[in-house]
Design a protein around this ligand. Structure first.
Ligand SMILES: C[S@@+](CC[C@H](N)C(=O)[O-])C[C@H]1O[C@@H](n2cnc3c(N)ncnc32)[C@H](O)[C@@H]1O
Length: 211
């Protein structure tokens, strides 16, 4: 089990004031425990992608943005740092990761982020304006060597269930809803969403619901 307490080994003070921590993946990941840093390349959003996605999702000040499967909070914390006029929510099924996300939030002194320990299927999507999705269900299709841990069930049927559920939730959202998908193959995207910006090399897509 990943231990949240290790975060404190990386810092000298109770709150990190130096904003250069947000400038590179190396400096940001250094705030996390070693076992979390090890997972960064494959499981957590890079600081560059987080900043770019947040600029699209928080274009309208006062937006409530949900990260579906927020892990240790790397997207939400970077987004919250750069876009103080919006609020970023992260929902994450693994309580150990939520603990680390909350500790890191405290260390960074970020106010406009809320982490929720739940399965995303338990949330009311009407409470959020826009959504971020870094192919969170893909872990169900990989071998054990690519899992974050083995404390949860992994299966193809879970992948299909979550993908179908997210599709239905996104379908209920009103026109104007914004969505960023990263490393996703679009199985969760209903037909009313149009791509308005993308970077094919990294499977990064910005969508707006038009109908
Ligand atoms: C690829 S990581 C992305 C983490 C974060 N969004 C980021 O970009 O740094 C996906 C996360 O989604 C979580 N997840 C997967 N299925 C979930 C579900 N049904 N409900 C909540 N969280 C889920 C996993 O536990 C994992 O931490």
């Amino acid at each position: 089990m990943i231990q949240a307490g290790n975060v404190r080994q990386n810092i000298m003070t109770n709150e990190i004031k130096d904003t250069s921590v947000f400038s590179t993946d190396v400096s940001f990941d250094d705030v996390y425990p070693r076992e979390i840093r090890r997972l960064s390349k494959s499981h957590w959003t890079s600081v560059e992608v987080a900043k770019k996605a947040a600029s699209f999702l928080a274009e309208i000040p006062g937006s409530c943005v949900l990260d579906i499967g927020s892990g240790v909070g790397k997207f939400c914390l970077n987004a919250g740092h750069y876009y103080r006029d919006s609020h970023f929510f992260g929902v994450e099924q693994r309580s150990s990761l939520v603990e680390i996300a909350k500790e890191t939030q405290q260390l960074l002194g970020i106010q406009n982020v809320t982490f929720i320990n739940a399965n995303f299927t338990q949330l009311d999507f009407s409470e959020f304006d826009h959504f971020y999705f870094f192919n969170s269900f893909y872990e169900n299709l990989t071998g054990e060597q690519d899992w974050i841990d083995d404390y949860i069930d992994h299966s193809e049927s879970l992948y299909n269930y979550y993908t179908g559920y997210l599709y239905k939730m996104l379908e209920t959202r009103p026109p104007g809803t914004r969505l960023v998908t990263y490393q996703s193959l679009f199985e969760e995207i209903p037909s009313g969403y149009q791509v308005v910006e993308n970077d094919l090399a990294i499977l990064y897509n910005c969508w707006i619901k038009t109908e």
